[in-house]
Write a protein that binds this ligand. Sequence first.
Ligand SMILES: [Zn+2]
Length: 81
Amino acid sequence: MDADSHSDRWSQLNRIVGMAMSVLPHELGCDDCLEFFAAFADYHLNGTAIPESLRPVSEHLDRCPACLEEMRILVQAMKSE
Ligand SMILES: [Zn+2]
């Protein structure tokens, strides 16, 4: 287990979330949503609560079966890494 790469991963994640906070509109389109899928899936796989800033992604997934399917595939892929 490489502790350094793990913390790198989290600082990267925090940066994405910070970015999400500044750019996410209330209503996300599919393309906007895709950019945050990796971060979202990371939280999901870690069992960490989804941060408030990624809430619009979560809401989009509730409304959009196509993105939900994309997310499901991504989570599966990350699990088997
Ligand atoms: Zn969508």
